[in-house]
Each structure stands twice: as C-alpha cells, then as structure tokens.
Design a protein around this ligand. Sequence first.
Ligand SMILES: C[S@@+](CC[C@H](N)C(=O)[O-])C[C@H]1O[C@@H](n2cnc3c(N)ncnc32)[C@H](O)[C@@H]1O
Length: 409
Amino acid sequence: MDGTCKKCVSSFVMQSHNAPPSLPLPVEFLDFLKENGLDPSIYAMADSIPRYIRIKPGCESQLLEIEAELRCKLEKVVWLPGFFAIPPHVQIASTEAYRLGKIYGMDAASGAAVIALDVSSGDHILDLCAAPGAKLCMLSDILGSSGSLTGVDVAKHRLAACRTMLQKYSLGDRCRLFVADGTTFSLLPAMSHEDKKTNATDSEGRADKFCEWTAKRPWRDRRNARKLKSGTKSHTLLGTAEADLIFYGRNSGVVGSLKSELFCAVNETEYLVSGYDKVLVDAECTHDGSVKHIQKFENWGWKTLQRRMLDSKRTDNLMHLQLKLLTNGFRLLKAGGSLVYSTCSLTVSQNEDVVELFLSRNSSAELQEVDVADNWSCRSGRIPKTLRFDPETSKTSGLFIAKIKKGDI
Ligand SMILES: C[S@@+](CC[C@H](N)C(=O)[O-])C[C@H]1O[C@@H](n2cnc3c(N)ncnc32)[C@H](O)[C@@H]1O
C-alpha cells in the first residue's frame, strides 16, 4: 500500500499541488470543484496516470506477445490480479490483442469495485447500471460456469454496446441484458431449469417459451416492443413491466422459460428469499473523478460540460437518482446478500451523503468492510469502511466504493 492509509479516515479534500492545471478548465467547472472542496490540479495529472488493461483469464501466457504488440512493458498491478499498467499514451483499440479479445481496457479502480463484490460460484448477480459493460464483463469472467448475471441499463444504445462486448469476449452464456429503469426494475434472477414449469401456453393458446437468443427477433416480439414503445413517452419512464430483454445467453436461465414467468410480478418478501446474492450499483454521476473523461471535453467543447454535468438541476436530480438506484438495488437483494455502490465522482454529495441518507432509511442495511482492500492503494472515505480511489493516492481514475450488506431474516 502506498503512503496513505485507508484505515485512517483521511480528509476527502485533495492536497494542493503546485503544478497549475494543464487544461483550460472553464469557470463553471472550477466553481463546481470549489463548491465540492476538490483541487483542480488533479486535471493536470492525466499524463502521469497510467492506462490500465486487464488480461482475459486464460491469456496470461501470452504476456510477451501482448507486450511486443503494444510496444511497452506491462507493469503488473500487485494489488489487483490480472491488471497491468501501461503508459498513458499507448493506444490499445487498434491492436490485434484487443481485437481478438485477449485484453480489456479497464481502470484499476473499476476492477477494485468488482472485486469488492466478492463474487462466489453460483451467485445470482445484478448489475443495475451495466453499460457500456467493463465491470459486467469482469463479473462474467469471475462467475464462470455457474450462477447468473443480469445487466440493466436505461440507455438502449449503450446496452447494445455492452451486448457487443459480451459477444466479442464470449461471455454471454449466463448473462441476460434488460433495457429498463434501474430505479424500478423488479425481476427476480432467472430460475434454474429444474424449477421451470413445462407445457404452459400463453393467453392465445400458443407455447410461449423463450427459444435460443438470435439477433433477429420474431415478428410477434417486435410487434409487442413497438406497442410498448408507442405507449411510453421516454426511455427514462421505462418501468419493470416494460423491461426490454435485448440479449440472453444459452445458460442464462431464460431459454425454456415462459415469458409470463420471466416477467411476473412478485411479492416484496419474495426478494428476501429468491433475490440476488450480489448487486452492483455503479451509478450515473458527474464523472468528475475521471480525469480522462474530463480531458475529452477539450474536443467536445467545454460548453457541453456545463450542460451535461454542472447544471444544478441536473446534479440535484442525479443525487436523487443515485439514492433511488441504491434503494432499488438493495430491495432486490436476498437476505444476507451484499451490494456495492460506486461512482466515479469525487464529491461527497454523490457518495457519502447518498450512502448516509440511504442507511438512515434502511434499518436492515449495514456498511461492510471490504476485506480484501487491506493492501489496495486507496484511502478511506469520510465514512469508515468506505473507500476512495483518486489520481493522486492511487494513480487511478477517481472512484468511491461502499459495500452494504442486507441483514439475514
Ligand atoms: C457510470 S455508468 C456505468 C458504467 C458501467 N458499470 C461499466 O462498468 O461500464 C452509469 C450508467 O448508468 C446508466 N443509467 C442512468 N440512469 C439509469 C437508470 N435510471 N437506470 C439504469 N441505468 C441508468 C447510464 O446509462 C450509464 O450507462
């Protein structure tokens, strides 16, 4: 672990650097940072934070070939198995190793959020804000050949990119993807084949079971989707009833099940018994902790930063959304299950404040220590047991992690 000890609850305000910010940050963004007690000089660090890659399990023996292709040394991240640091300027997207699915581009802090969930074989996992899917792919790699993985995202085009990623890395077998609002999503994990009823038919008397997934949907499904769409004002209004299943793997528990079973509403108490073992809520946020993301506004135009991130109405709504996502993710957990809440914002309002408010309203929720984090290069958040990665301490993108357990019945 580097100089900063996560065990000591450290100040969340960044240490000041002498170096001036290298980006011409707009006044509105500087005001936002000031209001949140954040030091703008982290945005001068983009060129000193490594890029991270994760090696696809099974491809570790090809390290030398990958190094030769990337033309750089892969520095093992000692605290995070499977992750390597490379110089920030190295591009991976055009390489064969990337094209063939041997490596992923993924920040080490994001990897830590996945490890914090402590996935076990056979777990039913829910990723409530799944797109574009780096964490979902890592979850699927860890899950292996048992359990199930459900990815939800409100943005259809982003979730479609996630589906492409699952297919590229051959990780979709136990996975299903729903375009749905994570604040209201209510579907239970897919049932195992043994639990499924057989011979059932729909109201029109036809067998109504899911066949193997194909990119081409039957006309009846497309007609139903069209009907739903015409009755829905915007994608943000999608509720559970409208959850749109855009992908499922052969062993995701969907094939062979009845549509009425998959989409059936359940009693609240049923989640305690048949809910998810693990839930990841990697919530939408202002992304201010992602130095590389902020850097992109140089090309996109700083005006769009104001519109997309800083509008005060939007940030108030964001906190509301984060709390609702966390609350619904927790609702869908089975008793004894665990949830990881993360954001790539460095602000307290989108992290500790959201978690504190949530805990004050949910007596069966308890903050949990991330046991494996003892040697991680991160520090504690303002609340003990929460973790913070930031460019200065961790040489990663900013990320907040809180792990919450649902009490046994
Ligand atoms: C920080 S990103 C998630 C990144 C993702 N976990 C990964 O590792 O690639 C946040 C995501 O939340 C999604 N989102 C925003 N509002 C949502 C909602 N109400 N329900 C579900 N997803 C939502 C956004 O579309 C976005 O894809």
